[in-house]
Write a protein that binds this ligand. Structure first.
Ligand SMILES: Nc1ncnc2c1ncn2[C@@H]1O[C@H](COP(=O)(O)OP(=O)(O)OP(=O)(O)O)[C@@H](O)[C@H]1O
Length: 954
């Protein structure tokens, strides 16, 4: 009772390739599929873009074109049938393109040879099940062409017989076409197959046990293989008949042949059990019916929904392979029917069939892909539970009841149909009876007519005899007449010929005349047409001219009228204007008079208000005077301040002058001191040198003395010049300041007199004095301020020009210094050359003396430098002081705190003449020293200097 579980068994997929058909052989169709049965491989050669590419597929079993039906059956199907007998449900599908041998594989083929005279031909009966038994061998063997179904049937019965078991076998055979199920075993008469097929469509329903059943599907109980063959023959014949009537249906329909086997067994306890196994053999529609492209889908749709089942089968396979959650079994009837065979408890085998020919390549590849994918489907085969006999009997009773009900229903439908048919026949019979009575009436009348006709015939025969005699006589006369007629006819022929010729001539003549007539008629019609057109044009032109003339006249009249009316209107307007001008003149005169009156009135009013204002002014004059006095006081204060400022300025300039004199004195003094010291030193040095070095040193000293003298003289001169310039500047500064003071005095006096004048004027006029005087005072104050600012600016420019002239003189000094320097440099060079020349020829003692002299010169130069530095410092401090004082004063002068407008160039330069001079002297001394040391260095490098002790000097 317990079911045997097998876990996840893959669907077994076999590949069968058929041999070339006769047509393909005749056309030498290239082979693209090669099978290797032993390695279970199929290779497909493809030519992609000129390249030969082989695709190889591996299957559970491969059967090449040479494989026989027996081979396939024995290797692949026997185990399956055995499992069915063991109590499993098994399904074998045949899948492939139309014409690849699905039906051949499933059902088979029976061949018989027949010789007729010299012609030998082979008659092929596709699936001739009834002949299977006739063709079977002596041991009841099936013919070699028999397919899976007959072989399986035979194996089942052989096994059952061999087992000596009690069994029952039921078969069903249905066709699924266009999603409609028809029973191929239904007991209808062949003649009414089509009609019934269209009527009797079987519904698919749930069986309540998780499966489906086809309601009304005939289950034939069979007891032998031959019975099954005859049933299959019946079903196939039905399919073939339908096919011929319904346009090649088999390749687009699926057929499902099922064998259910019940075998009685006894368990060890002696209980009777029923083992049940089922084998489904499915011949699918041609795989090309799956819509793979739009065009194909369109074509498939035309043929109904036959592809729906195949399409859904593909989807179910994909879903199973990809382990999707939802498997679309319910989308088609085929998948509903075979649900258990796909991923269920059934053992499944798919036989994919292909053609080896190149023209099927696309479909072959598609079939191979499809089948290869299907290999991955896993089923969980489970043996059917063995049933107790009683349960089975119960089930059978239930089945009988169901069948009875079905039968009653079918009978009811049948009776209904028969009733309908009877009624149809009755009406047809009535119509026939009516037709018969009509016909017998027609028959009677026809009989009467016939008698009459017979009588007429007899009399007519009498007359005919008479006529025949007369005809003989007439024939003789006619022969005579014929002779004469022949002669006449000849004559007539000649005449006729002449006549025909003349007729032809006449006809040609007539044709010519007709052509001429036609031509002249055409010409005439053209002339007439032209004439009528010309007349028409002329008439229309005349009309046009007349119309335009009248239109022009009308327009002229209009213009004349318009001119008249315009003149009238113009005259009227002129008169009106004249009138209006006169009236305006009168109005103008009156307005002038009124205006004069107004002026007089205004004058009187003005005088009155003037008097009023005068009285007011006299009352306000005291206050105004007070204000004026205050402003005069202010002005006086400002004036005082300015006076003080200028006094201070004068004092400072005087201080500056004295300071400059002092500085100059100090400078002169220091120069004199330096000169004295230098002279003393040089004297003593000279004495020493004279004692030790003779002519050379004397020359040198002389030259140096000359040089220094000249230089000192020039410096003195420069200092004197500078002093002069400074004096000049101070005096000019004093002049400017006194000038400014004078101007300021003039100005303040003028301000005072202006103020007095203004006061007088205000007193005299007594009019708006308060405001005007204040404004005037303000104006004057502004003016004063501006002039002071202007003066300040002038002073700044004057000081700037003084400084500029000083810097000019400095430049002059610089130039002098440069020339002096050049002279000194030249002398120095000469001296050093002389010295080095001399040194070469002098003794050790002499060299020492020279070095001493040089040292002395150096120290003198140093002291001169420090002196100059002191002098420069003093000069710059004086200049800085003067500059600061001026700046301070200038800032103090600004009472409002406004900084006078001045540019960067206006600021006096801090580089004084003295500092420049000092810098020049310093640089001179520096260069002198450098040159000197250079000369010494030169002498050190010279070959003679190598042995000279002068190198020690530095
Ligand atoms: N393995 C084979 N050996 C010899 N002949 C074969 C083989 N397979 C097919 N044929 C021949 O090819 C032809 C077409 O076969 P069949 O009718 O079985 O194709 P089919 O796939 O069932 O077509 P359809 O889908 O239209 O029913 C038949 O004449 C058959 O004899």
């Amino acid at each position: 009772m317990s079911g045997r579980h097998e876990k996840g068994v893959n669907v077994q997929v076999l590949l069968r390739c058929r041999p070339f058909s006769d047509d393909e052989l005749r056309n030498n169709a290239p082979q693209v599929v090669t099978c290797n049965d032993y390695q279970r491989e199929v290779a497909v050669s493809q030519n992609i873009a000129g390249k030969q590419i082989d695709r190889i597929f591996t299957f559970d079993k491969v059967f090449g074109p040479t494989a026989h039906q027996k081979d396939l059956y024995e290797q692949a199907v026997i185990p399956i049938v055995n499992e069915v007998l063991e109590g499993f449900n098994c399904t074998i599908f045949a899948y492939g393109q139309t014409g690849t041998g699905k039906t051949y594989t499933m059902e088979g083929e029976c061949k018989r040879s027949k010789v007729a005279g010299l012609l030998c031909c082979t008659l092929i009966f596709a699936v001739c099940f009834c002949t299977l038994l006739l063709l079977s061998g002596p041991n009841g063997e099936l013919p070699s062409g028999a397919g899976v179904i007959p072989r399986a049937v035979k194996q089942i019965f052989d096994t059952l017989e061999h087992q000596n078991a009690e069994y029952s076998v039921k078969v069903t055979f249905l066709e699924l076409y266009n999603e409609e199920i028809t029973d191929l075993l239904a007991p209808e008469e062949i003649s009414r197959v089509v009609e019934d097929k269209q009527k009797k469509l079987l519904p698919l329903m749930e069986d309540g046990k998780g499966g489906v059943l086809v309601r009304g599907l005939e289950e034939e109980i069979v007891t032998s293989a031959s019975e099954i063959f005859s049933l299959l023959e019946r079903g196939s014949a039905k399919r073939r008949t339908a096919e011929t009537l319904l346009n090649k249906q088999s390749s687009r329909s699926h057929s499902l042949f099922s064998i259910t086997i019940h075998i009685k067994e006894a368990n060890p306890e002696g209980e009777e059990l029923i083992k049940c196994g089922k084998l489904n053999l499915v011949d699918l529609a041609g795989s090309e019916n799956i819509s793979r492209s739009g065009a194909r889908e369109g074509r498939a749709r035309e043929a109904g929904e036959i592809n729906k089942s195949l399409l859904t089968l593909g989807r179910v396979i994909n879903a199973l392979v990809e382990h999707l959650g939802h498997i679309p079994y319910r989308d088609s009837k085929l998948t509903r029917l075979l649900r258990d065979s796909l991923g269920g408890r059934t053992k499944t085998c798919i036989i994919a069939t292909v053609s080896p020919a190149v023209h099927c390549l696309e479909e072959t590849l598609s079939t191979l892909d499809y089948a290869h994918r299907a290999k991955n489907i896993k089923n969980k085969p489970e043996v059917n539970q063995k049933m107790m006999k009683t349960t089975l009997i119960k089930d059978l009773y239930g089945e009988i009841e169901r069948l009875k009900a079905d039968q009653i229903e079918q009978m009811g439908v049948k009776i209904e149909n028969q009733q309908k048919q009877f009624e149809e026949l009755q009406t047809k019979y009535d119509a026939r009876v009516r037709e018969c009575s009509d016909l017998s009436y027609k028959l009677d009348s026809t009989q009467n007519n016939l008698n009459q006709t017979n009588k007429e015939l007899a009399s007519t025969q009498e007359e005919l005899k008479k006529c025949r005699y007369a005809i003989n006589e007439r024939d003789f006369i006619i022969s005579e007449q014929k002779k004469a007629e022949n002669a006449l006819a000849h004559q007539a022929c000649v005449l006729r010929h002449d006549l025909e010729r003349s007729l032809e001539d006449n006809a040609a003549l007539f044709a010519k005349i007709a052509r001429e007539d036609k031509l002249s008629a055409g010409n005439r019609s053209v002339v007439n047409k032209f004439e009528s057109e010309l007349t028409q044009d002329v008439t229309s032109l005349c009309n046009l001219v007349a119309a335009s003339t009248s239109q022009q006249n009308e327009q002229l009249q209009c213009i004349e009228k318009f001119c008249h009316t315009f003149i009238n209107i113009n005259d009227k307007a002129i008169i009106d204007i004249k009138k209006k001008v006169a009236a305006s003149k009168v109005l103008y005169v009156s307005h002038i008079e009124a205006l004069q009156n107004v002026v007089l009135l205004h004058k009187a009013n003005s005088n009155a208000s003037l008097e009023e204002v005068l009285s007011l002014v006299s009352s306000n004059s005291c206050f105004v005077e007070k204000r004026f006095n205050i402003s005069v006081g202010h002005t006086t204060e400002i004036s005082k301040f300015v006076h003080e400022f200028f006094d201070k300025l004068m004092k400072e300039s005087k201080d500056l002058g004295t300071h400059a004199i002092q500085v100059d004195e100090i400078q002169t003094k220091s120069i004199d001191e330096f000169q004295k010291a230098y002279e003393e030193n040089s004297k003593s040095d000279a004495e020493k040198l004279i004692a030790e070095v003779t002519s050379l040193v004397t020359n040198h000293i002389c030259r140096q003395k000359e040089m220094v003298d000249a230089r000192l003289a020039s410096i003195k001169e420069t200092a004197a010049g500078s002093k002069k310039v400074l004096d000049g500047h101070v005096s000019s500064f004093e002049r400017v300041t006194s000038d400014a003071k004078r101007k300021w005095q003039d100005f303040s006096m003028q301000v005072e007199s202006d103020a007095t004048e203004n006061a007088d004027f205000a007193a005299a006029k007594h009019c708006r004095i308060d405001v005007d005087v204040t404004e005037l005072a303000q104006k004057h104050s502004k003016k004063t301020h501006n002039s002071v600012t202007e003066m300040g600016r002038k002073h700044v420019t004057a000081v700037d020009s003084i400084i500029r002239s000083a810097s000019d003189s400095n430049e002059h000094h610089d130039a002098e210094i440069v020339s002096l320097r050049a002279n000194v440099e030249g002398d120095m060079l000469k001296n050093s050359e002389d010295i080095s020349k001399h040194i070469d020829g002098t003794s050790e003692q002499e060299r020492e003396a020279v070095s001493k002299i040089l040292e002395t010169t150096k120290s003198q130069a140093k002291s001169l430098k420090s002196l100059q530095e002191d002098h420069a410092r003093q000069s710059s401090s004086i200049e800085q002081k003067a500059h600061d004082t001026f700046q301070q004063k200038y800032m103090d002068y600004e009472p409002s705190g406004n900084t006078p407008v001045r540019s960067e160039t206006d600021v006096p330069s801090k580089v004084s003449i003295e500092s420049l001079r000092a810098m020049a002297i310093e640089s001179l001394v520096e260069e002198f020293r450098e040159n000197h040391s250079f000369a010494v260095k030169e002498s050190k490098i010279s070959p003679t200097a190598q042995r000279s002790p002068l190198t020690q000097i530095n």
